[in-house]
Design a protein around this ligand. Sequence first.
Ligand SMILES: Nc1ncnc2c1ncn2[C@@H]1O[C@H](COP(=O)(O)OP(=O)(O)O)[C@@H](O)[C@H]1O
Ligand SMILES: [Mg+2]
Length: 264
Amino acid sequence: MSEVIIKVDDLYKKYRQGGNDLQILKGISFEVKPAERIAIVGLSGSGKSTLLHLLAGLDKPDAGTVTIQGENIQQLVEKELCRLRNQSLGFIYQFHHLLAEFSALENTAMPLLIGGMKKSTAMTEASELLEKVGLGGRLKHRPGQMSGGERQRVAIARALVAKPACVLADEPTGNLDEETAAQVDELMLDLSRQLQTSFIVVTHNLKLAARMDKVFELHNGRLERRPLVASHSDDADAAEMMVRLDSDSAIGATKPSGKGLFNQ
Ligand SMILES: Nc1ncnc2c1ncn2[C@@H]1O[C@H](COP(=O)(O)OP(=O)(O)O)[C@@H](O)[C@H]1O
Ligand SMILES: [Mg+2]
């Protein structure tokens, strides 16, 4: 396995809107190592989804490169890019994007079937993973027959089933109530450890962000590293870890930092 799973080098992206250029990303560079978990926070509209799209090769940067497991994705033709996405990346979105006509089992097995795996093997692997995410009793359920939290668990199983090197998650718990979101977050963290999968998670959930290995804030088109401050108390509230935004204040604290995420 290569030492670096994803290498992002000096990415720029602008959108042309009503005759004006909206410069969204202004030189983004970072690396994701095997099993590393990275959180990206930032104001709505700061370009987080744009960045994930570029990482997945779903859109092209104006400048800069994205290298996934040693392959510069800009140099791949669409077919190769699809293969790379299928083998190396998993995706979790805010809305589950499960296929309504298919069961939890079929939805989970989909990346394996697309990757050419024999159906019976794919179903066995998918059911094992659904068991792991606590849905062993929901294999035949369709998305419409499951709760929001259950649907996101299926989405997580689908993202991980092909054993990707890295999962890209765009506000994966943004559509869930707080308690369900906490359970789903726990599951993602747990599986990333068990399966040694790298994660890049865009999130507004600062408790989740603080439990990742690194936190970046996307601010004015640049990624700025935010240090983590952890409390080691066992008490759940007191143990809430915080992401420090600057030397005076912390995410999760009441005092705004005066810039970036809390300047809204
Ligand atoms: N296809 C597009 N054309 C024009 N502007 C876009 C397009 N996609 C996103 N934008 C703009 O780019 C900015 C960043 O969008 P996005 O990456 O979705 O932000 P975030 O995910 O951080 O909320 C927003 O201001 C949005 O309006
Ligand atoms: Mg977004």
